[in-house]
Ligand binder design. Structure first.
Ligand SMILES: [Zn+2]
Ligand SMILES: [Zn+2]
Length: 469
């Protein structure tokens, strides 16, 4: 990410249409990442340019800070510039260029390209190319910062260690190649990064209140470190911590802590579902300063064409995910043996078994073994016993006592067989089918969804056969 025109990661700097632009890159030669890391070659695996920019430089800044007192004006400026450069990444690199979630007028575009460069995370072109691959191939081997390779890898490891450019998923960046601001920034990236990363913050602190060293160290080097670490959290923390209200098939997650750290990029589950939405947070109370800025710019005429998914589409995703969770919960419960897996029993056999001492009761054509339940029956032993060996459909459904929904659920767990043909049961079942048009809805795993009041044993009393009860 912090790579400045890295010679070692050629495809990171080349578009899909020109994969071999870098003269040092030979696709026929085995890449260093294809070789195991050993004691003698480990340093060849390390991306030293990135190590310098994201680890060694901040360490040097830390040492220098020990000898440089922090002035309050410089502290305020460092925080302000932190937000500017952070926004360059979140509102600029990410939401404007990588996702085209809104359009910017030229002055805003230039501002974002400049302050985004000051975050020292690579050029817009390189950053957006990897980010599009990240969205397209999330969690796969083609995802340049897949969290499946570990939290540390997704945060910083992918930059510190060399990556095989052939492994990164291909994406289309022709639109970026046609954007003059993007092309200019990419060509002049080294100048942009030195000026906006160090020189500009130093000049402001130096010229306005004479704190040259403080400007360079606090608003320059250490501020770069904090912006980098904060935005790197989008690749690590946002794929590791929090809820998944829209889809849980991949790793992106929503969490307020990630949002606080990343200027509002923390609603990452939403973002991966609706990447072209200019918002990350959709509720007014959620923290998304990047969204607020884009909205403000649109009011000032600097941004336009802010893209937003209809809440109808967003809610559909939310409901489907809820449904999925519900299915998982439902699958863990005992709903009784499915009817089609029960043995078919002749009526006479059923009666015979009861005579032989089994506590069987038939309700709506289904035989239930209530032997162990007779003593616990809330309505008393006598009533339940009076149904044994009979067709108790009417008794159970109001003829004697209108049983509760919970009773129907409990009864279903005692199923042991179904009656073949005939009797009151069949008449009632037919009536039920005709009257209710019962559909057996199934969940994703193929398990029937038994809604309250829709249990097979729940039978509405048909007027014509009421006397049969
Ligand atoms: Zn992501
Ligand atoms: Zn994104």
């Amino acid at each position: 990410m912090a790579s400045v025109e890295s010679q070692e990661q050629p495809s990171a700097m080349a578009s899909t249409s020109e994969p071999n632009r870098n003269p040092k890159y030979d696709p026929k030669k085995p890449h260093i990442t294809d070789m195991p890391i050993t004691k003698s070659n480990w340093y060849l695996h390390v991306n030293w340019l990135n190590v310098t920019l994201i680890i060694l430089l901040p360490l040097a800044g830390l040492v220098m800070a020990c000898y440089t007192p922090l002035q309050w004006k410089t502290a305020v400026w460092a925080v302000v510039y932190y937000f500017w450069t952070g926004l360059g990444i979140t509102a600029g690199y990410h939401r404007l260029w990588a996702h085209k979630s809104y359009s910017a007028r030229l002055p805003l575009s230039i501002f974002l390209a400049a302050v985004g460069g000051g975050a020292v995370e690579g050029s817009i072109r390189w950053w957006s190319r990897d980010h599009r691959a990240h969205h397209r191939y999330t969690d796969t081997t083609k995802d340049p910062y897949s969290v499946r390779k570990g939290l540390l890898y997704s945060h910083i490891g992918w930059m510190v260690m060399k990556q095989n450019p052939k492994r990164i998923g291909r994406t289309d960046i022709t639109d970026l190649n046609e954007d003059p601001v993007v092309v200019w920034q990419h060509k002049n990236y080294l100048k942009v990064v030195i000026f906006m990363g160090i020189v500009f913050p130093t000049l402001v602190a130096g010229l306005f209140w004479g704190d040259w060293w403080g400007g360079a160290i606090y608003a320059g080097i250490l501020r770069i470190f904090f912006v980098q670490q904060a935005t790197f959290c989008v690749n690590s923390l946002a794929h590791w911590l929090g809820e998944q209200p829209f889809d849980d098939r991949n790793s992106p997650r929503d969490h307020v802590i990630t949002a606080l750290v990343t200027l509002g990029e923390g609603y990452h589950n939403f973002h991966h579902e609706f990447p072209s939405d200019y918002r990350n947070a959709i509720e007014w109370h959620q923290y998304d300063p990047t969204k607020w800025c884009i909205w403000l710019w649109s009011k000032l005429g600097l941004a336009y064409d802010l893209k937003q998914f209809r809440s109808n589409e967003i809610e559909k995703g939310r409901v489907q995910q809820l449904q999925k969770k519900l299915d998982q919960k439902r699958a863990k419960l005992d709903w009784g043996t499915p009817l089609d897996q029960l043995p078919v029993v002749e009526w006479d056999d059923y009666v015979e078994q009861v005579k032989n001492g089994r506590g069987l009761v038939a309700v709506a054509g289904v035989i239930h073994d209530v032997t162990d339940f007779i003593n616990e029956h809330p309505g008393g032993k006598a009533l339940i016993k009076s149904g044994l060996g009979k067709d108790a459909t009417a008794m159970f459904n109001g003829g004697v006592y209108l049983h509760s929904n919970a009773a129907h659920n409990l009864l279903s767990t005692m199923r042991v067989g179904v009656i073949r043909g005939g009797c009151e049961v069949e008449i009632w079942k037919r009536a039920q089918r005709e009257n209710k048009d019962v559909q057996h809805v199934k969940d994703d795993a193929g398990n029937p969804i038994i809604r309250a009041g829709n249990q097979i044993t729940k039978v509405q009393q048909p007027p014509s056969s009421a006397s049969a009860a």
